[in-house]
Design a binder for this molecule. Structure first.
Ligand code: CDP
Length: 208
């Protein structure tokens, strides 16, 4: 059983995907963390973002134990992630890990931008989670505050818009709802409401 959860930044896809995995007893993969790790390596080694060979090498040599790195969630790293994410070679280098993960039993929930379109086009259930820019900015602002990372609302708004533009306009695997995705707008939905809605859709389809 493969559940794909795609959507733009801070729309609530990570929270929903984690909740679904926990509820169903499935494995969970935050695929954004893979791109964030590559972006973080580029920043730490002060590598130019035009250096495709270096970015690709970082993607090939990822150590998933670094997933817990506190710095990963910062917006500086989010922005670096979206810069390496436009590089087709980086995306290819991360493909196998994601597809292998998706095969884990009894099921897997993956969240990202291209899970339902490129990584797992035959996923059993696909969600596309979206929300207004205002709602997303406020959520990201609070998330960063909670992590002790200071950012003004203006900065968060600018960062999210810049990332939306870069992620939606790239030629390889742009942020896109799959034709068969269930679109959920979480602008006015709480965490529990979004989870109930998604679980309802899964249960309706598979009678589980
Ligand atoms: O948490 P948030 O939605 O802000 O970002 P994320 O999911 O951690 O992803 C960080 C960046 O990685 C995104 O802005 C995308 O550029 C890139 N990404 C991607 O290209 N494909 C994915 N499957 C996941 C993330």
């Amino acid at each position: 059983m493969i559940i794909a959860v795609d959507g733009p930044s801070a729309a609530g896809k990570g929270t929903l995907a984690r909740g679904l995995a926990l509820h169903l007893g499935y494995h969970f993969l935050d695929t954004g963390a893979l791109y964030r790790m590559v972006g973080l390596q580029m920043l730490r080694t002060q590598t130019d973002f035009t250096d495709v060979a270096k970015a690709t090498a970082f993607a090939r040599d990822l150590n998933v134990d670094d997933f817990e790195d506190h710095e990963l969630r910062s917006e500086v790293v989010g922005s670096a992630a979206s810069k390496v994410a436009v590089i087709p070679e980086v995306r290819s280098a991360l493909l196998k890990f994601q597809r292998d993960f998706a095969k884990r039993l009894p099921g897997a929930v993956l969240d990202g931008r291209d899970i339902g379109t490129v990584i797992c086009p035959s996923a059993d259930v696909k969600f596309y989670i979206t929300a207004s820019v205002e709602a997303r900015v406020l959520r990201r602002f609070k998330e960063l505050q909670g992590l002790g990372i200071a950012n003004s609302l203006q900065d968060v708004t600018a960062d999210i818009k810049a990332r939306d533009d870069r992620d939606a306009s790239r030629s390889t695997a742009p942020t896109l709802a799959a034709a068969d995705a269930i679109v959920v707008d979480t602008s006015h939905l709480g965490v529990e409401e979004a989870l109930e809605l998604a679980l309802g859709a899964i249960k309706a389809k598979f009678a589980i």
